[in-house]
Design a protein around this ligand. Structure first.
Ligand code: UDX
Ligand code: ADP
Length: 470
């Protein structure tokens, strides 16, 4: 098999964009073209001003600057890129289905299928197809069937190469990955295709971190890794409530259990709830697969991780309402943060959306500040819930670019994302300009409890019992 010299990636989103940027940076001899149907997104990837890249990710602009125009290209010419490529990554979105069988649980594979049909129509020579999107187990089989039955007689090898990057640290996660997983067929052609992909990653990662497995193990491992991580967050969040009603402090509990090397210190931070495009979707996938195979106890076990997460978001919103004398109607509540975590402009499944939903149903006015999320996105997130009157959203939501303005004359401040800058604000100034009593609800445990209490705030911090607000 000839060496790979031309790669195409279908989908220039949070996964495709950063991944291809790093692959191109580390493999200057390979031409990498990232294509997308969304012209505005591609224009933003090609913008001379790197501040306008469609995705905010620390370190990404530098990588794009180095590789773009050299061997990294962004384009809307999907057919042309497919035709020229030896290896095609599929990195399109796979949201949870919002209709039909499996609604609310199964992954919607229509974008994947469209890609497969497009590849089958265009390809004139042999290709290696790499699944990069998070997909339910056995998607490779579906891809194979479409490609082999509708193609021009060319031969395809299908690899699964799940993405483990976390947003906000994507570049670091790619450049210094704990492991890369490559699943393929245990045939001569399959092993050869896997080796081609191994070679690409081996340009910057040590061989021992590149694992090869069968396709199903690779696909399932991705879901399981996310399910385990999310389970840790739900576990510590369950403990956060227990801490609030006993004398314990969740950060002390996290620290002490995290020092047990069998448990480990990561993913033990109590929060208002996990978000992002992967955790919920992947667990729902796992639940759906288990229950369609008749493994109801397995399905129920994993579903509880999601139920705990929903509970945490609702509990936080209820705490705000209850503390503000059981009514937030027409009161101004300031939100600091809208993204699902710091250092990203991604808002998919962000806890902030669900907390806002509850408060809007209680007729609160919400003033939002997030360093990277734009107003249009916030409005779209709320409209997409389908549970709120669009007029009420426009009337009650204000999005501002200055945090002090967001908090001015507010009855309460809620911290929804753990952006570093929030801890560094002039909280005395905030206090002076707020309604009294001035309430703060810290959903991320990032504020200095002692200092803020001294200023005069009534503070609630998740998982802490020594707060003014019980
Ligand atoms: C996740 C996986 O980490 C990554 O490997 C996979 O490829 C994609 O899904 P991501 O969704 O970008 O990445 O973010 P992650 O850092 O995992 O955080 C997910 C959510 O959990 C965030 O809302 C975060 O705030 C929350 N979280 C995380 C906590 O509440 N507490 C923690 O201790 C850790
Ligand atoms: P992820 O977080 O998985 O990267 P995104 O939604 O950020 O998800 O990115 C997926 C991208 O895939 C979107 O920009 C979307 O326009 C693109 N896309 C979906 N289907 C196709 C297709 N058939 N051809 C090209 N691009 C596609």
């Amino acid at each position: 098999m000839k060496n790979i010299t031309n790669i195409c990636c279908i989908g220039a989103g949070y996964v495709g964009g950063p991944t291809m940027s790093v692959i191109a940076q580390k493999n200057p001899h390979i031409k990498v073209t990232c294509v997308d149907l969304n012209e505005a997104r591609i224009n933003a990837w090609n913008d001379d001003n790197l501040d306008n890249l469609p995705i905010y990710e620390p370190g990404l602009a530098e990588v794009v600057k180095e590789a773009r125009g050299r061997n990294l290209f962004f384009s809307t010419e999907v057919d042309e890129a497919i035709d020229k490529a030896d290896m095609i990554f599929i990195s399109v979105n796979t949201p949870t289905k919002t209709y039909g069988e499996g609604k609310g649980k199964a992954a919607d594979l229509k974008y994947i299928e469209l890609c497969a049909r497009q590849i089958a129509r265009v390809a004139k020579d042999d290709k290696i197809i790499v699944e990069k999107s998070t997909l339910p187990v056995k998607t490779a089989e579906a891809l194979k069937s479409i490609l082999h039955n509708t193609g021009n007689g060319v031969s395809y090898q299908i690899l699964s190469n799940p993405e483990f990057l976390a947003e906000g640290t994507a570049i670091q996660d790619l450049q210094n990955a704990d492991r890369v997983l490559i699943g393929g067929d245990d045939t001569e052609e399959g092993r050869e295709a896997m080796q081609q992909l191994v070679n690409i990653y081996a340009s910057w990662l040590p061989q021992e971190r590149i694992l090869t497995t069968n396709v199903w193990s690779s696909e399932l491992s991705k879901l399981v890794a996310n399910a385990f991580l999310a389970q840790r967050v739900s576990s510590i969040n369950a403990i956060s409530e227990l801490c609030e009603v006993t004398g314990a402090d969740v950060s002390e509990v996290s620290r002490s259990i995290g020092m047990d090397s069998r448990i480990g210190s990561k993913f033990l931070k109590a929060s208002v709830g996990f978000g992002g495009s992967c955790f919920q979707k992947d667990i729902l996938n796992l639940v759906y697969i288990a229950s369609s195979l008749g493994l109801q106890e397995v399905a129920d076990y994993w579903e509880q991780v999601i139920l705990m997460n929903d509970y945490q978001k609702h509990r936080f919103a209820r705490k705000i309402v209850k503390t503000l004398y059981n009514t937030v109607a027409d009161k101004k509540i300031a939100f600091l943060g809208w993204a699902f975590k710091k250092d990203t402009n991604d808002t998919r499944e962000s806890a902030a959306i669900y907390v806002a939903e509850k408060l809007l149903q209680e007729q609160a006015n919400i003033s939002i500040y997030d360093p990277k999320v734009k107003k249009e996105q916030i409005i779209t997130d709320l409209e997409n819930l389908g549970t709120l009157d669009p007029e009420a959203i426009h009337k009650r939501i204000t999005v501002v670019s200055n945090p002090y303005e967001a908090m001015k004359e507010a009855h309460a401040v809620a911290i929804l994302t753990e952006w570093d800058e929030f801890a560094a604000y002039d909280w005395q100034k905030v206090y002076d300009n707020m309604m009294k009593p001035a309430f703060i609800f810290d959903g991320r445990g990032i504020l200095d409890l002692k200092n803020l209490t001294k200023i005069g705030f009534q503070l609630f911090s998740l998982g802490k019992s020594n707060t003014a607000v019980k």
